[in-house]
Structure formats: structure tokens, C-alpha cells
Design a protein around this ligand. Structure first.
Ligand SMILES: [Zn+2]
Length: 416
């Protein structure tokens, strides 16, 4: 009996790593970081380079009205829905070279490998460069029809209006509705990204199978007590808003530390009158709480509100809690999670399931189609900084998982 071992198709690691190097030269900072803010000359130069690479790789490229660059590698059945990937190449002012860029470049590398081997999948593959992920996420939001109908909302930090910005990269604010996609067009969207957190490294895992992007709720908490003289008001006759606020911070922290994957933070606080000799009369503070499950968030908030009521009684203060932001959780499709996990097992890559607690374009795409995300480790959990680092081996492993995710999803989704 003859047994043959078929070597799985893999990405070209040198080529992937070189493209990460080459893209990082655009907007390169002397400290090793990258500054490529959306709608700037650096962003445009990077997009042009990506476009030329897509064309060299046998993809057709279009820019939609929201400024998303979409490269398509046609499948055997062009009428079938697409398998899409992508991320962003804009950065924060002092960003690193992996956040976003890695996902786009790995997507292009996946197509390069297929093109080189003359392989066409049943579905066309799309590699998407989303517009302005780091600030407004206008690109992915436009694709799912979640644009704020007020151009001023999107005014650039440098003062340019959104039409000027979009025109600069080939989009058009006045026709932004045309960027909207349907789930008939896209079978699935999978984003490969650096974790931007310390979990994978601390668990010594190579791959993160993302369970979804957490829901986020933000509140303004206002504590009202009585301002009075810090010297002449006896301790038992005070209504100190900052003491109450401090107890709230401890309650938030305690709830964040109960069993579960939630995180809860008070990150901002304003004390009034904020003077050394006056008992604080008013404190305004933020609360940010995130979890994958809305039910769990409801439960935690109910518990916290009960504690806050007790704190108000105990400190003789009034406490008001007002919601100011609510992003719904975006669960990853279970078939995509299972596919990624199975590939890790086949390749012998250690992996863990974990939520994404940062925003990504994928969270918007979950409104449209089956969504999945693959994480690779971020050394020391650092991101949005010049010290952001993922090793060459980790970059290559993640790209191989993306390649094989596409090969398997191509079989999973029907071509009708
Ligand atoms: Zn990113």
C-alpha cells in the first residue's frame, strides 16, 4: 500500500515579512513607529502601494464611495458570494507596523499563494482596506449602512470636511450609501489581527480564536454632595462627593473582578471645586464596562446599581447614572470559530478562545455576514505604540491559519 503525505499549501514567509517591512516605510518615524493617519499623504501613498500589489497579484481593484479599497481575486463562480478579509492600514499618530496592516498584507499574501499555484476557489476572495478605522470607522460602517447623517460628525482632526477627505482617496460622501453591501454578496468576513493585549502571550498560545467583539457600555456618573469648609466641618456632618466616588470606583473594580470575562473601568473623573481646603461637592466620573454577553452586562449593571444606591445612603449623597454609549456585542460565527480551531489542531498550533475587547472593522461586518477573527500574540500586549511587536514566526503562523480558513470556508459555503 502506498501512502502519500500531501504537504499543505503554505504562505511564502519571506514575501509576507518583506511586505510588512515595505509598508512600514510609509509614515515611518525615527523612533521606529509609524504615523499614517487616514486621509493624509502617507495614507494615500500606502493605499497606492497596496493597490499596485493587489493588481500584480491578479486582483481587480475598486474603491467604493466610502473610500474602502476592495481587491477581488475572482473565483470559479463569480456570481457566488465572496469570502472576504481585510483590515486597515491607517494608524494612530504614534502607531506600530502590525495593527491593521498585518491583516491586509496577510490577505494579499493568501491571494499571492493561490495565484502562484494557479488555484481559484469557488468563491471570489476579497481583500478590503477599510477607510479610517482608527478614528471614525467610516469605511466599515458605510458597508453596513451605519453612517451618521451629519457630515460635521466626520470632520478630520486637521479641519478638512469629510467630502474633501473621501475625495482625496477616491470616495464620495454624497454617494456614500452606495458603499452598502448585502449578505447575498458576502458569505463570510474573517479578519486577522494582532491581539493588542497580553492574553495569548501570557498563556503561551500561538493563535487566538476570537469568540466575538465585546459589547461596550459607557456611563457618566454624577455624585452630588455638599461643598463646605475642610477645616470647620466635622467628619460626621459631611456629605463628601469624592468619598462616595471612591467607594463607587472600588465597587466597579470588584464587579470587574467577579468570575467572567468582563472588564470594568472608571477612567475619568472631575472633582468640583477641586481645592485642597474644600470638601468636594460634585464629582463627575466615567464608567466603561465590556463583555461578550448583553445578559451578563445587564446582570452586572443591576448589581452595581444596587451597590451605588447603598453608597448614596451611606455617604448622604445623590448619585445619578446616565448612559452615554452602547455598542452591542458582535459574536463571531460558530462555524468560523470551529474552522479556525480545527486548523490550529491540524497544524499543531496552540490556541485559545478569547473575546476581542478592542474595536475592529470585523465588529461592523458581523452586522452583515458571518464574521470571524484570528488573533496572533502582541509581545507584552503592547499596541498603538512604536514598540508594538509580533515575531516573524507568529506573523507567518497567523497568515497560514487565514489561508486555510479560506480554503475550508470555500467548501463550507454554498456557491448558489
Ligand atoms: Zn486595528
Amino acid at each position: 500500500m502506498v501512502s502519500s503525505i500531501v504537504k499543505p499549501i503554505v504562505i511564502n514567509s519571506d514575501r509576507l515579512l518583506k511586505s510588512i517591512e515595505d509598508l512600514a516605510k510609509i509614515g515611518h518615524l525615527s523612533d521606529g513607529g509609524v504615523c499614517r493617519i487616514a486621509f493624509t499623504p502617507e495614507d494615500l501613498a500606502a493605499r497606492n502601494l497596496i493597490q499596485s500589489w493587489m493588481i500584480e497579484t491578479g486582483m481587480s481593484v475598486r474603491i467604493d464611495t466610502a473610500g474602502n479599497m476592495i481587491g477581488t481575486y475572482q473565483g470559479k463562480y463569480p456570481q457566488a458570494s465572496t469570502l472576504s478579509t481585510g483590515s486597515h492600514i491607517d494608524t494612530v499618530p504614534n502607531g506600530g507596523r502590525y495593527d491593521g496592516a498585518y491583516g491586509v498584507l496577510a490577505g494579499i499574501e493568501v491571494v499571492r499563494v493561490l495565484h502562484e499555484a494557479d488555484i481559484r476557489l469557488n468563491h471570489s476572495i476579497e481583500v478590503i482596506v477599510f477607510a479610517d478605522e482608527e478614528s471614525t470607522m467610516i469605511g466599515s460602517k458605510a458597508m453596513v449602512g451605519k453612517i451618521v447623517n451629519d457630515p460635521n460628525y466626520y470632520t478630520h482632526v486637521d479641519g478638512r470636511d469629510i467630502q474633501t477627505c473621501l475625495e482625496y482617496i477616491g470616495g464620495n460622501w454624497h454617494k456614500i450609501d452606495q458603499a452598502r453591501r448585502t449578505n447575498q454578496e458576502m458569505a463570510a468576513f474573517v479578519e486577522l489581527h494582532v491581539e493588542q493585549g497580553p492574553v495569548l502571550e501570557s498563556m503561551d498560545k500561538k493563535i487566538g480564536v476570537v469568540q466575538g467583539i465585546v459589547g461596550q457600555r459607557r456611563y457618566v456618573i454624577t455624585v452630588t454632595g455638599h461643598s463646605s469648609h475642610a477645616g470647620s466641618t466635622p467628619m460626621n456632618m459631611r456629605s463628601d462627593a469624592l468619598v462616595a466616588a471612591s467607594l463607587i470606583i472600588l465597587a466597579v473594580n470588584r464587579i470587574g473582578n467577579t468570575p467572567g470575562q468582563q472588564v470594568a473601568t472608571v477612567g475619568k473623573m472631575q472633582v468640583s471645586p477641586n481645592a485642597p481646603n474644600v470638601i468636594p461637592g460634585i464629582v463627575e466620573m466615567s464608567l466603561d464596562i465590556r463583555d461578550l454577553s448583553n445578559e451578563h452586562l445587564d446582570h452586572l449593571m443591576a448589581e452595581l446599581i444596587q451597590e451605588i444606591e447603598a453608597i448614596a445612603t451611606r455617604t448622604q449623597t445623590q448619585i445619578k447614572l446616565e448612559p452615554c454609549l452602547r455598542n452591542e456585542p458582535a459574536p463571531a460565527a460558530s462555524n468560523i470559530q470551529q474552522t479556525i480551531a480545527k486548523i490550529c489542531e491540524d497544524f499543531g498550533f496552540s490556541y485559545t478562545y478569547l473575546p476581542s475587547r478592542a474595536s475592529h472593522d470585523a465588529q461592523e461586518m458581523a452586522n452583515l455576514t458571518d464574521m470571524g477573527m484570528i488573533f496572533v500574540p502582541s509581545i507584552a500586549g503592547i499596541s498603538h505604540a512604536q514598540t508594538e511587536y509580533t515575531s516573524p514566526e507568529q506573523c507567518v503562523e497567523g497568515a497560514n491559519v487565514l489561508l486555510h480558513t479560506f480554503l475550508r470556508l470555500d467548501q463550507h459555503y454554498s456557491i448558489l
